[in-house]
Design a binder for this molecule. Structure first.
Ligand code: ZN
Ligand code: ZN
Ligand code: ZN
Length: 366
C-alpha cells in the first residue's frame, strides 16, 4: 500500500480552502490515511500538526519514536518531534504551528482529554471537525484503495462460502461465531471486527452479536461479519441462511429483500444522489408492505474505518462520484419471529457500479 505525500498536500489545500489554519490529527484512521502511521491510541499525546501552509510535524511520545520512524510517515516528509513522560506535550502543538492560530480541525474520533487540553494550549483557536476537510478526500478511493477493499471483500466472501461447515442445528450461535472468527483470521484479516450470528427471533435485532441460543432446524440465520486486513482496509458482508426448511412467510419476504438489494445496487452510478440509492431499496420493501420492518439506512461508507462517509440514507443529497465505496444492506426485521439482511460492498466506477463481494445473494439453504 502506498501512502503518497500527495495526500498531505491535498489535505493542506483542502484545509486552506475550508478556512482552517491547521488540522490536528491523533491516532486512528485519519492519521493512517495521511501518513501511513498506524499508531496506538493512548493517553500520551501523538498528534500530526498539519498547517494549511508549511511543514507538517508529528508529535510523539519518546517511547513511540522508533515506531513512528519505522512507519511510512518520515517518507511523507513529516518532521518527528518527541516528548518525555512527565513533560507537558501540548505546548509542542503551539510551537509546531509557529504561534497562535485562529481555527483548527480536530480528528473526529480524538479523545476528549486531548481535545480539551488542545483547547487550553491554543486558547484563541476555534475548534472544528477535521472531517470537514478529510471526509471528502477519504470518501473517494484511489485505485490502490479500491484494490485493497476488493481483497478484503474476497477474504470475507471466502468465509461465507464455508458457512455450511459451521452453521448447523444443535450448535449455539457462540460456537458458530467462534469458528467464523477463526476463519476470518485464517482468510487473511489482521483483526476480527464483528461477528453477528442471529438465529431465529434474534435475526429481528440488526446488531445482535452471538448468544447461547441453540440453532434449530428451520431457523433463518443472519450472519454479518467483517474484519480489517493488514492493509488497514475493512470487510463487511451479510448473508442470510436457512438451516433446513424455513417458514413460508420468511421465504416470501426474503424474495422482496433480495429484489430490493439488487435494485439498490443497480441504482448506483456517478451523479446519482445517495438518497436515491436508499430509496431504491426502501420503496421496493415498502411497496411489498414491509416498510416499517426496514429499521435502518441502506448503507455506510467503508475504507480504513468500517463505518465512514458516505452514508446511504433517506434524503441525502450527496452526489455519488467515482471511487466512493459503501455497503448496500437493506434488511427486514419482524420482532419475535425472524429477520433477514443482505449486504454487499460496492464501489462507484466511471460509468456505474462494481460489486466487490462476488458470492451470490440468493437464499442459501444449509
Ligand atoms: Zn451495522
Ligand atoms: Zn455488516
Ligand atoms: Zn455494514
Amino acid at each position: 500500500m502506498l501512502y503518497p505525500p500527495d495526500r498531505l498536500v491535498a489535505a493542506q489545500l483542502a484545509t486552506a480552502a475550508a478556512g482552517l489554519d491547521a488540522l490536528l490529527v491523533t491516532p486512528g484512521s485519519d492519521l493512517r490515511y495521511l501518513t501511513g502511521y498506524h499508531a496506538h491510541v493512548l493517553e500520551r499525546l501523538t498528534c500530526l500538526v498539519l498547517p494549511a501552509h508549511g511543514e507538517a510535524t508529528l508529535i510523539v511520545p519518546r517511547l513511540e519514536r522508533p515506531a513512528a520512524e519505522a512507519s511510512p510517515a518520515p517518507a511523507t516528509g513529516v518532521r518527528i518531534v518527541d516528548h518525555a513522560d512527565g513533560s507537558d506535550p501540548y505546548p509542542l502543538v503551539l510551537k509546531a504551528l509557529g504561534g497562535q492560530v485562529g481555527s483548527v480541525g480536530l480528528s473526529d474520533r480524538m479523545w476528549a482529554m486531548h481535545a480539551l487540553a488542545l483547547r487550553d494550549a491554543l486558547p484563541g483557536a476555534r475548534q472544528r471537525l477535521a472531517s470537514e476537510v478529510l471526509a471528502p478526500l477519504r470518501m473517494r478511493k484511489s485505485p490502490a484503495e479500491v484494490a485493497a477493499l476488493r481483497e478484503a471483500a474476497a477474504a470475507i466472501d471466502a468465509v461465507h462460502a464455508r458457512m455450511g461447515d459451521w452453521l448447523r442445528p444443535g450448535r449455539t450461535e457462540a460456537d458458530v461465531g467462534a469458528d467464523i472468527a477463526a476463519a476470518i483470521r485464517g482468510a487473511g484479516h489482521a483483526t476480527v471486527d464483528f461477528v453477528i450470528v442471529a438465529s431465529g427471533p434474534n435475526g429481528a435485532s440488526p446488531h445482535h452479536e452471538t448468544s447461547a441460543r441453540v440453532v434449530e432446524a428451520g431457523d433463518p440465520v443472519v450472519v454479518d461479519i467483517g474484519g480489517t486486513m493488514p492493509s488497514g482496509y475493512c470487510s463487511d458482508s451479510t448473508r442470510t441462511y436457512a438451516v433446513g426448511r424455513p417458514p413460508s412467510d420468511f421465504i416470501a419476504y426474503y424474495d422482496v429483500l433480495h429484489a430490493a438489494q439488487v435494485a439498490s445496487v443497480a441504482a448506483v452510478a456517478p451523479g446519482v444522489r445517495a438518497g436515491s440509492v436508499d430509496a431504491a431499496a426502501r420503496d421496493a420493501i415498502a411497496a411489498a408492505g414491509y416498510g416499517e420492518a426496514f429499521l435502518h439506512r441502506t448503507g455506510h461508507g467503508i475504507g480504513l474505518d468500517g463505518h465512514e462517509d458516505p452514508y446511504i440514507v433517506a434524503g441525502s443529497e450527496l452526489e455519488l462520484s467515482e471511487g466512493m465505496a459503501f455497503s448496500i444492506e437493506p434488511g427486514i426485521y419482524l420482532a419475535g419471529r425472524h429477520g433477514a439482511r443482505i449486504e454487499d460492498i460496492v464501489v462507484v466506477t466511471a460509468t456505474g457500479v462494481e460489486r466487490l463481494n462476488t458470492i451470490p445473494t440468493d437464499l442459501v439453504t444449509l
